[in-house]
Design a protein around this ligand. Structure first.
Ligand code: TRP
Ligand code: ZN
Length: 473
């Protein structure tokens, strides 16, 4: 589901990856067959500047149906994923992204299809071939142990076994560990998960719990994520969990799953979920999904949290601030998603600034005091912190302090420059106009200029595009 077609095209152009763009139809169709299909291979990636293999050309995914059984004791998965997609060119071959275990069968619609694998590329030859505009399904059957993926910065993601299940996280490249797909943030889709685990273990996915049925010592959890979701935000995290269901004051259902060993330490952060959602709804606009919650697991080798859609996942007991950060991402990151990974500050800077606002709202330091402190503008001009460009930090520093702290500082400085009225209208409109879509820094600058009526070229130049500690803006 490509909501924002324009920015998708902009990405291909920016990355110089024009292979994904269908060539103009040459006037060479066979006589008597105007518009005869011209089959070619879909592009292997969408040309992301940091992860060029991610995503695929030639089709748009609409829905993933991911069904698997997993046994934490043996770490064995038996899975069938069915992808529903629409062809965007005449295809005689296309790629999926997949790093998972051995495939025993692959079908396009009802027809067995030949396939090969090369790194994260799963190359499929559909027969019959696919015509542009055609809706088709790809069914992939696979079994084995899904891999742990190591990121450019050395951290772990993908399918990370824990002592009672698995911690499942996919930012920026872990989703293909456990399901084949089009793993770029621009190809959002709806998801249904059917996870079968030993009785007593809970499998927690994005969205709403449709059913939970136990038979012969195994429980199947069906989760439905009805709003479009980027693949990196998908999870089905598995373990021993204490589950609580409630709702926010305005009626958004809350599902929390907490490792029993972490219930006491997590109590304060969990108890704040309704207040955080209500406060952010008042500042950022309506909560963008039909449910919320949290998954608090024990995965000490992971060490970070992730804003998995509707239910952020934590690898240890979170502070209230970390809970606020991950819930803020539901607006900025999950609903409004960058078109390319180099714009990661649109996620991390916004979520960080949201926690500054939450801290002030709850009687702590003001946003201005946080801006000034030694983790932020108070850093010495000679600090290496100032030597990373906000709007292109590099894949190793995507989750380093610059997208977070310089990102939040940029928003606070912008607020000072354009005033509270324009600023808070801007960030609310930004969430509404890009709801469930993809966008980029250039679009944010245009929106900020529109909201303020000011020329902000020089402002964003010093804050977002240049190295160095901004001295005036
Ligand atoms: N996006 C996460 C957050 O800020 C952090 C994160 C995701 C991360 N993947 C990562 C941090 C990989 C380090 C490495 O909440
Ligand atoms: Zn974050």
């Amino acid at each position: 589901m490509r909501i924002s077609r324009l920015s998708g095209a902009a990405l291909a152009v920016a990355a110089g990856a024009l292979i994904g763009v269908p060539a103009a139809q040459p006037a060479l169709a066979a006589p008597g067959a105007p518009g005869a299909p011209r089959y070619s291979a879909g592009a292997a990636g969408v040309g992301d500047p940091y992860f060029p293999d991610q995503g695929n050309g030639g089709f748009d995914v609409q829905h993933y149906d991911i069904a698997f059984a997993y046994d934490p004791a043996t770490r064995h998965m038996d899975a069938v994923t069915t992808i529903t997609a629409v062809a965007t060119q005449d295809l005689d071959r296309f790629n999926l992204d997949f790093r998972g275990p051995e495939i025993s069968e692959l079908k396009v619609d009802k027809h067995p299809a030949a396939f090969t694998r090369d790194g994260q590329e799963l190359i499929v030859t559909p027969r019959p071939k696919l015509k542009s505009g055609q809706v088709f399904s790809v069914t992939v059957k696979y079994a084995g142990t899904p891999p742990v993926i190591t990121d450019p910065d050395g951290s772990l993601e993908g399918w990370v076994p824990t002592d009672d299940g698995a911690f499942v996280a996919g930012e920026p490249q872990g989703a293909p560990a456990w399901f084949p797909g089009s793993d770029h943030p621009t190809d959002k889709a709806t998801f249904t998960f059917h996870a079968t685990v030993p009785e007593g273990i809970t499998a927690v996915g994005n969205g709403s719990l449709v059913s939970q049925t136990t038979e012969n010592g195994r429980t199947t959890f069906v989760w439905d994520s009805a709003e479009p979701m980027a693949t990196y935000l998908a999870t089905v995290t598995i373990g021993n969990f204490t589950v609580t269901e409630s709702a926010t004051p305005s009626g958004v259902p809350i599902y929390t799953a907490v490792d029993p060993r972490l219930v006491t330490q997590s109590a304060s952060a969990v108890s704040k979920i309704p207040d955080i959602i209500e406060y952010f709804s008042s500042v950022f606009g309506p909560y963008p999904f039909s449910s919320t919650g949290a998954i608090i697991d024990r995965a000490p080798n992971v060490g970070y949290a992730l804003e998995t859609q509707t239910k952020p996942i934590f690898s240890s007991a979170p502070s209230v601030g970390t809970m606020a950060h991950e819930l803020a991402h539901q607006w900025y990151g999950d609903s409004v998603t960058p078109t390319k990974w180099s714009d990661i500050w649109l996620n991390e800077g916004f979520a960080t600034y949201a926690t500054w606002l939450w801290t002030e709202h709850t009687g702590g330091a003001t946003a201005q005091q946080t801006f000034n402190n030694s983790s932020n503008y108070g850093r010495a001009a000679t600090s290496s912190f100032w030597q990373t460009v906000l709007a292109d930090p590099g894949s190793v520093d995507m989750f380093g302090s610059v997208p977070y702290n310089r990102g939040a500082m940029t928003l606070h400085a912008l607020r000072g420059k354009i005033g509270d009225t324009a600023f808070f209208k801007l960030i609310k409109d930004w969430a509404a106009e890009n709801r469930h879509g993809n966008t980029d820094t250039a679009a944010f600058i245009r929106s900020a200029e529109k909201a303020s009526g000011m020329d902000l070229t020089a402002f964003f130049d010093v804050w977002a595009f240049q190295k160095g500690k901004p001295a005036s803006w």
